[in-house]
Design a protein around this ligand. Structure first.
Ligand code: HSE
Length: 436
């Protein structure tokens, strides 16, 4: 039996999971691959910390060149994360003819085209299943199993930290800040949770999924991103009363000549499948013209689930090596010369339903003034909620609109917030009223 040699860059949590998977399931892997898989080298700046796994005497190195320029190594796994030095290491490994497996969503979403161009030049594979949805096999499903479909949409709950926070806020009626602190104490949220709670991590993932589903380049700078930091317990409570849950939803829609790619807190009906995805779990719901609505659900993060995705990619590349196939699978699932550059719909042109919560003086005619501003911008009110409880000096007025254009909503809110009876900035949450 031949041996395929693998090098690993980054020996953190996921890297440790990869080593564990290599060691625990080595015979299953060989039986499925038809070759032995050997983890030949692991490079990390920290070669002292005990990760609880046994390694051969020469496996660990602090010199990255032992992996990326090692003539014996066929496949390099990159688990360093971030843009640099991960990008430079990957590009050098590609130049040296190594296939790449990475979990690096930020790098692939922002610099993926440069990496793909280099890989195509050197006829090597780049796989990144672990970059989206942890252990959920979403990328291979899009590229392989569902590849005869034209996709009309891909929606996701793609950040376990945010989903944990929103679930807890919903279940316990808590506000954002204490639940974030709990998420950090439990180790779900990073010490610096910015990428998670500001929606950036989710945006990286939906940019990749939209590119894969719709066969287009996605300019990450054009993706609208809004995180969950402004969501309050009161909005979750009102959403509940109106039959909705609030989720950080990643939205990709295919309009043929343009696409929508956006991330923001979104109200979805309590009866919609994604409303039931709770805690740290992730889910992706895509709609293909032949497969129909399809939901994939599972662990979106964590050592073992993410290692499973990494190892699946390593074995897929190993199978190509064994069979002599070269770049059998186009990196983004479409032949390179067929990938389009579809524009992303500007946020101002997006049409949605809107939840609006106004904090106003408790006076006569307030509602009439607000409704007048909305009406003058073609915004029609679908329903209204005015809770009995009142602050001493103010009341909440909650409106749900019919479908309206974002530009009209923005213009109406500018006028409304100039009214002297409106005491605080309006809370706006978009509503996916009729998702397929
Ligand atoms: N930090 C992410 C999450 C996992 O909370 O889901 C890695 O993208």
């Amino acid at each position: 039996m031949s041996t395929i040699k693998v090098g690993l860059l980054g020996f953190g949590t996921i890297g440790t999971g990869v080593v564990r998977n290599f060691q625990k399931n080595s015979s299953i892997i060989s039986q499925r691959l038809g070759s032995k898989l050997e983890l030949a080298k692991i490079a990390d700046l920290d070669i002292e910390t005990d990760r609880g796994v046994q390694l051969g005497a020469d496996t660990l190195t602090s010199n990255v060149e032992d992996v990326i320029s090692n003539p014996e190594i066929d496949v390099v796994i990159e688990l360093i994360g971030g843009y640099e030095p991960a990008k430079s290491f990957i590009l050098k490994a590609i130049e040296n003819g190594k296939h790449i497996v990475t979990a690096n969503k930020a790098l692939m979403a922002v610099h993926g085209q440069e990496i793909i161009a280099a890989a195509n030049k050197h006829s090597v594979s780049v796989m990144f299943e672990a970059a989206v949805g942890g252990g959920i096999p979403i990328i291979s499903s899009i590229k392989e199993n569902l590849c005869s479909n034209e996709f009309s949409s891909v929606f996701g709950i793609l950040n376990g930290t945010c989903n944990f926070i929103l679930t807890k806020m919903t279940e316990e009626g808590s506000d954002f800040a204490p639940v974030l602190q709990e998420a950090q104490e439990l180790g779900y949220a990073e010490a610096d949770p910015t990428f998670d709670i500001e929606g950036i991590d989710t945006a990286h993932k939906i940019a990749l999924l939209s590119a894969l589903c719709f066969g287009t380049k996605v300019d990450f700078e054009q993706v609208y991103v809004e995180g969950i930091t402004k969501i309050s317990a009161i909005d979750i409570e009102f959403a509940e009363q109106m039959g909705y849950k609030i989720k950080l939803l990643a939205i990709g829609k295919n309009h043929g000549d343009q696409i929508e790619v956006r991330v923001h807190p979104t109200m979805i009906s309590k009866n919609y499948q994604l409303a039931d995805i709770n805690g740290v779990f992730n889910a992706v719901r895509l709609v293909g013209d032949f497969c129909g609505p399809t939901l994939l659900y599972g662990s979106g993060a964590g050592m073992d689930a993410t290692a499973s995705a990494v190892m699946g990619d390593v074995i897929a590349i190993g199978r190509d090596i064994v069979s002599g196939a070269k770049q059998r699978m186009p990196i983004m699932g479409y032949c390179e010369d067929q990938i389009r550059s579809l524009p992303i719909k500007a946020m101002n042109d997006v049409v949605s339903h809107y939840y609006l919560r106004f904090t106003t003086a408790d006076q006569t005619s307030v509602l009439a003034k607000i409704a007048g501003c909305l009406g003058s911008h073609n915004i029609s009110i679908q329903s209204m909620l005015q809770p009995e409880e009142r602050e001493v000096d103010s009341v909440s007025i909650v409106l749900m609109t019919h479908a309206a254009k974002e530009a009209d909503i923005s213009a109406a809110l500018v006028e409304i917030e100039k009214l002297d009876v409106v005491l605080q900035p309006t809370c706006l949450i978009r509503v996916e009223a009729d998702p397929v």
